[in-house]
Design a protein around this ligand. Sequence first.
Ligand SMILES: Cc1ncc(C[n+]2csc(CCOP(=O)(O)OP(=O)(O)O)c2C)c(N)n1
Length: 657
Amino acid sequence: MNYQEFKIEDEILLDLYRGMLKPRLIEEKLLILLRQGKVSKWFSGIGQEAISVGVVSSLKPEEYILPMHRNLGVFTTRGIPLNRLFSQWQGKANGFTNGRDRSFHFGTQEFKIVGMISHLGPQLGVADGIALADVLKGQKNVTAVFTGEGGTSEGDFHEALNIAAVWDLPVLFCVENNGYGLSTPAREQFKCQNLADKGVGYGMESHIIDGNNILEVYSKVNDLCADMRENPRPVLLEFLTFRMRGHEEASGTKYVPDKLMEQWAVKDPISNYEEFLLGKQILTPEIINSLKKDIQHEIEGNLSAAFGEEEVLFNKSKELTDVYKHFDYKETKISKVYKNIRLVDAISEGLRQSMQIHPNLVIMGQDIAEYGGVFKVTEGFVKEFGHGRVRNTPLCESAVVSTAMGLSINGMKAVVEMQFADFVSTGFNPIVNYLAKSHYRWGQNADVVIRMPCGAGVGAGPFHSQTNEAWFTKTPGLKVVYPAFPIDAKGLLATAINDPNPVLFFEHKALYRSLYQEVPVDYYTLPLGKAAMLREGTSVSIVTYGAGVHWAIKVLEDEAIEADLIDLRTLMPLDLETIYTSVKKTGKVIILQEDTMFGGIASDIAALIVENCFEYLDAPVKRCASLDTPVPFAKSLEANYLPKDRFRIMLKNLLAY
Ligand SMILES: Cc1ncc(C[n+]2csc(CCOP(=O)(O)OP(=O)(O)O)c2C)c(N)n1
């Protein structure tokens, strides 16, 4: 291995050696503990230490790094106290997740580390967001993110590299090509000769680096980082290395030819480097022994501290509370000056005023800049707030949502406009797995609002008409808002943006331009989790939201029925108190939703009513919803798909029950 060509001070040479030795010795100890059944699953990074240690050593402590499951060296080189790492692996409170997540699935703002989620790919886009925040704040930082060669096959890899390239973000994409992704050899993973070649496709600089040569890793990455801080741009690095142990310890390496193992064993990053340092007399056998002893001593002490720690105790209220970051809702005065505007105008106005109030708020979406978005909600925003904060994105929902998460990690707020709510499906993974779970897992909130132009009745067919709120009300960690009126939309959007938690904000397209209301001109907020009682009566309770509210009003007016009409306004949190109070008063309830029936929120509300108000009921709880089919295109099909007409009949039947 060639170490001679790199001119590096002796002190750093020694630091790099020490840096690699520590994760190696920890792993050697862990292998023993694993066999004794004292630690759970383990993904070994033995043989790959030079990459973690070399990359972290090239970064400033305030620069974020997003490691993977084999990057123990990232955590140790950043100086995380070992007892906390060990506690984390044992699911104890001194770890980083209160026992809620395992191994390296955590982040820490203190050490500027953002750990992976199991899905691998999303963190690549998160790195984009962190880097974007630095660029917008004028901070000359690099963000480094890791993936394996297997992970490069995920769409997130493509999307994240593409965004970083188009936006000139200083992200160091570090691919550890270690030959196998679980049991799949690299030749079955990608077809190009080198992964670094993919950089060309993104217009991105890329390099191949010998990942087992610590000096090559350190000096190349160090030079690149220095340059990227001054000339922000993404760089793709392919580190050639090898996975010397099984994917995880229990699975073994039977599928790896012995010859390959032998070839790579002689390239071990630590023993080769040790020999070089011995030759240079920077190391002596005595120094090596003493270094090892010190580290082993540190490991033993910290292990016994972690083993001595109590198991985490279950506390139901804490578990439930920690799903969300605490948010102190602040009432604002509502001005007396009103203007008659449409739903779409109210949303636009709410968004514009939030942009004025929060200088750290960034909006992202397809065609939202000069074009103003397909529904023109952001028309004129670029002129007022500039391209930095009003960003046209490439066509890639997943990495854009991940980017929003990254912005939040680095102290900003984000609003993402889905062009149509239907397209959220291609950004689904980071929403339900990253944004929703982060606060519960490691206390990191996702200060992100995702705007969802949704709904049918506009003849737009199966892919531009869905109302898919149930995909999200199901997932703990998300809030779901679904206004039916301009006043509510403006005030609730302002609150959703103030709220540090991830919020899905549904906007009904059919109401955008058909619905007018007198709306306060100035900025104001409305609380989440509070339904509106729009009509009052004693005969029946109607629980609904979105377009359903307007269908119900029409029927009540046509038929001169006096009923409690509850507009939920937010689905998560859900105002159960208002529902229960009304049902206890009327004894009859029908829940109306535009969504298809099975698995929709109406089903849960119905179940809750039965469980909590059974003694008060004078009739079966009724649900009225769209047919369980995709949303059809032709007028007559769509009209009968929707529950509008069925609702009238069902309501009358219920009243007659
Ligand atoms: C989306 C997703 N699909 C599948 C898996 C299961 N899985 C975990 S790691 C892994 C292989 C990853 O290979 P690579 O990215 O090369 O990293 P390495 O483990 O080799 O370091 C697979 C298939 C997963 N975690 N996430």
